[in-house]
Design a protein around this ligand. Structure first.
Ligand code: NAD
Ligand SMILES: O=C(O)C(=O)C[C@@H](O)[C@H](O)[C@H](O)COP(=O)(O)O
Ligand code: ZN
Length: 360
């Protein structure tokens, strides 16, 4: 097992990455406030892992209640969140009960938001079971639900007390979801870790084949990058925004197509190509860099072209991005492979052209 730390002072927490961790109560119980836990999961993950987690905790004397939500991005909404609150109240969960999110990023984001708000805040643990959640969403405390007009529009920053990434859970993950997770891994390489980008170019097929050593390396390196950024800028006043590379375009794709049609990682992949194309149009990187980035996403079996939403529809959805300030769109662009920056001066004609160049 490898352990990283998210250095947030008295709210610091460990990220444990390894195999068989779901069976090890000693990793979890020190982070419970009382002998009660409430597991939030969904109807795909529950049959696979809920009983194992319940048995682990029950074996350590912990009372475990749970709620099983419907699966999918289209259920990351108020109505489904309310089902969590209903179940918390029906089972008389207390403010000191620990909410455990068992699942991918949808469950982690919704469970975290429920934990942030139930009785004004209860302890929270992330047990991510997708690659995307293990490399990104379980770390850093962004919690949210979607709104029809925009992704993750209602939420809170609320840190977990522990992230437990059991690599064995990835064995049951569909290939398409594995690729979606790789989009966020490539993102770290692009924004701040050129060495990781080069490693991915050399090892992407090993990741697609789920070789354990390669997977562990990609997850650890991703979490190390994310933990460092979050410790520097927990609430996205500055450098944390770089984690949004490709997301302004990608979120527009997700919302515009209807949540769940495009996976988050797929939107990020196509959106990153739009951001890279725009960076090239603005003279920040060369055309060869854009081709190199596209080649890696394609090898990871990810889309490098967005859906043919009308350009104005993209721009309309992008206008409510959370990085908009004083009405001005701010985008994460590339100065090199391995170095990103935030820019508020991209000409709208160039943004339009980048979208159109990258649409099917
Ligand atoms: N909070 C953050 O910092 C952050 C970062 C990145 C993404 N996100 C959010 O995360 C979400 C995407 O997360 P995701 O890609 O994990 O999607 P997801 O949660 O929908 O999971 C993908 C699919 O895999 C299934 N699944 C989960 N674990 C499984 C397993 N071990 N075996 C088989 N199937 C399994 C799920 O039920 C689902 O059908 C988006 O809503 C995105 O906005 C948040
Ligand atoms: O943790 C962050 O910060 C990120 O931006 C990580 C992203 O991968 C993630 O998709 C995040 O939810 C997007 O940020 P948002 O603020 O636009 O929701
Ligand atoms: Zn993301």
């Amino acid at each position: 097992m490898r352990t990283l730390n998210v250095a947030l002072g008295d709210r610091a927490y460990p990220i444990h990455i390894g195999r068989g961790l779901l069976d090890d109560a000693s990793l979890i119980t020190p982070h419970l406030k009382t002998q009660r836990a409430f597991v939030v999961t969904n109807d795909v993950v529950a049959p696979l892992y809920l009983e194992r987690l319940r048995a682990t905790l029950a074996g350590a004397g912990v009372r475990v209640d749970h709620v099983v939500l419907p699966d999918g991005e289209m259920h990351k909404d108020w109505a489904t969140l309310n089902r969590v609150f209903d179940a918390l109240l029906e089972t008389r969960c207390e403010r000191s009960t620990t909410l455990v999110a068992l699942g991918g990023g949808v469950i982690g984001d919704m469970g975290g938001f429920a934990a942030a708000t139930y009785q004004r805040g209860m302890p929270f643990i992330q047990i991510p079971t997708t690659l995307l959640a293990q490399v990104d969403s379980s770390v850093g405390g962004k919690t949210a639900i979607n709104h029809p007009l925009g992704k993750n529009m209602i939420g809170a920053f609320y840190q977990p007390r522990l992230v437990l990434a059991d690599l064995d859970t990835l064995n049951t993950l569909p290939d398409r979801e594995l690729s979606a997770g790789l989009a966020e891994v490539i993102k770290y390489g692009l924004i701040r870790d050129f060495e990781l980008f080069e490693w991915l170019e050399a090892n992407i097929e090993r990741l697609l084949a789920r070789e354990p050593e390669a997977m562990a390396h990609a997850i650890e390196r991703s979490c190390a990058n994310k933990a460092e950024i979050v410790a520097l800028d927990e609430t996205e006043q500055g450098v944390r925004a770089l984690l949004n590379l490709g997301h302004t375009f990608g979120h527009a794709i997700e919302a515009g197509m209807g949540y769940g049609q495009w996976l988050h990682g797929e939107g990020v992949a196509a959106g990153t190509l739009m951001a890279a194309t725009l960076s090239a149009r603005m003279g920040m990187i060369g055309g060869a860099d854009v081709k190199r980035i596209a080649a890696l996403f394609e090898r990871a079996r990810l889309p490098v072209r967005g859906p043919d939403l009308a350009t104005e529809r993209y721009l309309d959805l992008m206008a409510s991005d959370k990085k908009v300030e004083d009405g001005q769109l701010r985008l994460i662009l590339l100065e090199a492979i391995g170095r990103a920056t935030i820019r508020g001066d991209a000409p709208v004609d160039d943004i339009r052209a980048a979208i159109e160049t990258c649409c099917a």
